[in-house]
Design a protein around this ligand. Sequence first.
Ligand SMILES: Cc1cc2nc3c(=O)[nH]c(=O)nc-3n(C[C@H](O)[C@H](O)[C@H](O)COP(=O)(O)O)c2cc1C
Length: 238
Amino acid sequence: MREAQVVSEQELSLLAGLASTRSIRRYTEDPIPDDDLNTILFSATRAPTGSNRQDFRFLVLRDGAVAAEAKALLGKAFREGWGQKRAGDGYDKGTGAADDSPKARTARAMQQFVDNFELTPVVVLPCVQVRHGGIQDGASIYPAVQNMLLAARALGYGGVLTGWHRLVEDELRQLTGIPEEFAIAGVVPLGRPQGNHGPVRRRPMAELVFDDTWEGQAPWANDPPGTRFAGRAPNKIN
Ligand SMILES: Cc1cc2nc3c(=O)[nH]c(=O)nc-3n(C[C@H](O)[C@H](O)[C@H](O)COP(=O)(O)O)c2cc1C
């Protein structure tokens, strides 16, 4: 495994990495070698939790018999989840009817993602012990999820946090043995990107960062030159 403290100059700087860690939904079939997977999960387990309780757990699905069954179950759920979203959010209506529109391109990429879900090299189920329920529990697992995505990015992999396991949660628990006292915080597929990472797009900082009062202008908050922006939400899949 790579040394925890020493990062070679070739590796991405922390700031460059976090500004370019996009959601990656299409993967090559290359496996993730143990060494790299170790570094990715090590990084996840370095995340903060309330009072350093470390009440997070990471169930990693690779190539075993249970993993194959769980990926198949999740694949079914993802296709259903995306199908509902595609219809509900009108992905095929309006500009989506034109093949080359951003909406249609997003829909194609999402369809490919869910159709090939079973081929995803590694699928991680981040879990957290239920204490308060809701946002407070989430605060002890989502930093770890982001650490995992950032570490994956640093090593040339990519992934995305998704929530479509809810459609098959009971079966998934039965199959993998995740106990009721742990919430399944999401599903994180990981693999080598078919496409590229690149700058993430968000709204300009002036819309997102306030000074002193709600909506108070923050003159010091300026997007660096060359920043690329997202359209107004909801502009794509959630
Ligand atoms: C709480 C949360 C839930 C998400 N759920 C899904 C999901 O169910 N399916 C999916 O494909 N992406 C999901 N995403 C990924 C977001 O769509 C993505 O991060 C967002 O559109 C920004 O795109 P980017 O990550 O490429 O910059 C989720 C992200 C977050 C933070």
